[in-house]
Write a new protein. Structure first.
Length: 287
């Protein structure tokens, strides 16, 4: 049995929010997969008795308030994913603060309260160029973040960042600072010396052989809790495929058909607890 907890998380956004979908193509289809995909995820969690963290966009809360209510009613954690999926690279401190204010208002309008202490930046866009976001999140009352991807890949990542839970230093996100403003819960990345192998979910769950994915994930879980992530479109893919470039098409469409089955098997084997609970159990957050 795994020695440490698994914390599944879901970034609740639509297919057109992907950074790999060109702006000009985002109106090419009126199809939305948010409700169908999130419902599928919730059904799989309920069937396995697992609970997870849902990082929602404010735009999704506005358009699908019943989804937010169901997420909370079924014992899951709600986190912020911003409002409209603009990555931090396109914002400044004032713009992020306005987005977080708007997200709070949208959630309070549905729930009558704001039970959110966790944040994940769209496209894992918290990196060395956007470290200012930590101060904004702290000032807005957030206690933890899950936006630093501890490996440098095509679109995002912080080379050399710790692969386990830590408090990132404001002047260097790859350095632990015991007095840092927020706790960071990175998604699962295996490390062997300088080599990094992401097994965090998303594209990595879709593209890697499932046996290798489980082997590396199990090895990590013997040493520390693991955080994984998926999107609604990976559990119920959209019906229209765009003619993207070779690299973007590979990242966007590889292995979609098998994701729901893999998620079901992982939930049965690993279970899941909300990220906030895992952090509290380890003393990083109040219980």
């Amino acid at each position: 049995m795994p020695a440490h907890a698994a914390a599944f998380s879901f970034d609740i956004e639509d297919w057109f929010h992907s950074e790999f979908v060109p702006e000009a193509d985002r109106g090419s289809s009126t199809e939305s997969i948010v409700e169908r995909g999130t419902t599928r995820i919730l059904d799989l969690l309920r069937a396995s008795g697992a609970r997870a963290t849902f990082f929602l966009l404010g735009d999704v809360v506005r358009a699908h308030p019943a989804l937010l209510r169901r997420i909370v009613d079924e014992g899951h954690e709600v986190g912020s994913h911003g409002v409209d999926h603009q990555p931090l690279w396109r914002l400044d401190a004032d713009a992020l603060a306005r987005q977080l204010d708007e997200f709070r208002r949208l959630v309070e309008r549905v729930l009558g309260r704001f039970p959110v202490v966790g944040y994940r930046a769209p496209s894992f866009s918290l990196d060395r160029t956007t470290a200012w976001a930590l101060d904004v999140l702290r000032d807005q009352g957030y206690a933890y973040d899950s936006s630093i991807f501890p490996a440098r890949v095509k679109l995002y990542g912080v080379a050399g960042a710790p692969v386990g839970i830590y408090r990132p230093a404001r002047d260097d996100l790859a350095r632990h600072d015991p007095s840092g403003a927020l706790v960071e819960f990175p998604v699962a990345v295996g490390a062997a010396g300088p080599l990094r192998l992401p097994v965090a979910g998303g594209f990595y769950l879709r593209a890697l052989p499932f046996s290798l994915f489980r082997l590396v994930l199990g090895s990590i879980q013997q040493r520390r809790p693991v955080a994984l992530y998926l999107h609604p479109r990976e559990c119920v893919p959209e019906s229209v495929r765009l003619p993207l470039g070779a690299s973007a098409s590979l990242i966007t469409y590889t292995g979609l058909a098998g994701v729901a089955g893999k998620l079901e098997r992982l939930l049965r084997r690993l279970g899941s607890r909300p990220m906030r609970e895992v952090l509290a159990a380890r003393g990083y957050l109040p219980g």
